[in-house]
Ligand binder design. Structure first.
Ligand code: PBG
Length: 327
């Protein structure tokens, strides 16, 4: 009778042995909680396709953020849902727009020892639902849109954002926003979390209910990336780093773990976030509701996998629950 020499099972025998050799750490400090604030409501409105998430009033936004923060999550990304939309999305750069009011409320509630990130895009603000202004041919006009992003960035910086997060996938958006922030005197205080490799994904479906931003016509394939491409994703990520991004992001997370891994390896470990998006969250919630998956184990396995692939940070709607489980 001969036995194998290598016995990996020796180190799997007890929880302590397993913890001793665990390669990947997942803790609340790695999580960023997305929050939605809607103009003109008094009570939070639950989002049907995202169980556990709501569109918040300014009041309930504060409460929810404090609740999440008490579990050890230190960072939040805020999306505004305005009452009025127009062709240009002008509420997005209103100094007293809903996102700016939300940022101020969060800063007041949480103080300076929390990180506030402002999603920077136009789709929640335009009446047609696209991420920029439309040209004569009905497609999004890149350069005019980027000019508007510069205005949004300044009002978000002035409302207290630590990081602005351009998510519209316009060419040159990071450089343009960086120069606007610098000209506005925010060189050392406000950074850019760039949605660098954002794919044209079916997994954003529930978010478009949450942010009321489904395009009225067409889709976003003219500006977001083709899901088939990973070399191109690396070029997008490199471009954003060259333009002045402080953190880059891959989005969605689970179907793009290979891109996350490549980004981490091929950029010399440049700070990397991954967005575990609304559709990924909804899949878990739906299966859990039916009793087909165990919520806690499934969620922690997914978040660990995203970290293992190479993400430093994870934007996730599971942040509150996960932080509880990890405590
Ligand atoms: C665009 C934006 C989207 C998401 C974040 N920012 C939607 C889109 O590109 O259609 C999706 C996030 C999610 O699905 O959770 N401002």
């Amino acid at each position: 009778m001969s036995f194998p020499e290598r016995r990996p099972r020796r180190l799997r025998r007890t929880p302590e042995l397993r913890a001793l050799i665990r390669e990947t750490e997942l803790s609340p400090r790695h999580l960023i909680a997305p929050l939605f604030v809607k103009e003109g409501i008094d009570e939070p409105q639950p989002i049907a396709s995202m169980p556990g998430q709501s569109q918040h009033s300014l009041e309930s936004l504060r409460k929810e953020a404090r609740d999440i923060a008490s579990r050890g999550v230190t960072a939040f990304v805020l999306f505004g849902v305005p009452a009025r939309k127009d062709a240009e999305g002008s509420e997005a750069w209103n100094p007293d727009g809903i996102a700016q009011l939300g940022l101020r409320a969060l800063r007041e509630e949480l103080g300076d020892d929390h990180v506030l990130i402002a999603d920077l895009c136009l789709d929640e603000y335009t009446d047609h639902g696209h991420c920029g202004v439309l040209g004569d041919d009905g497609s999004v006009d890149n350069d005019r849109t980027v000019g508007l992003y510069r205005r949004i960035a300044l009002t978000q910086a002035e409302a207290g954002a630590d990081l602005v997060a351009p998510s519209g996938m316009m060419d040159g958006q990071v450089a343009a926003i960086r120069s606007a922030l610098d000209e506005g005197g925010h060189t050392d205080r406000v950074g850019i979390l760039a949605y660098a490799a954002k794919f044209a994904s079916a997994f954003y479906g529930p978010f478009r209910d949450a942010a009321e931003c489904a395009p009225r016509f067409g889709d976003r394939a003219g500006y977001q990336m083709d899901p088939a491409n990973s070399d191109e994703a690396i070029r997008e990520i490199r471009a954003d780093i060259d333009e002045g991004a402080d953190i880059v992001m891959v989005k969605p997370a689970l179907p793009y773990l290979d891109v996350i891994r490549r980004s981490k390896q091929e950029t010399g470990g440049f700070p990397l976030a991954a967005y575990n998006v609304s559709g990924e969250y909804a899949m878990v919630k739906a299966a859990v509701e039916r009793g087909w998956l165990e919520e806690r184990r499934t969620t922690l396995e997914i978040l660990t996998a995203i970290r293992r692939a190479g993400a430093d940070l994870i934007l996730t709607y599971h942040a509150k629950d996960a932080a509880d489980w990890l405590a």
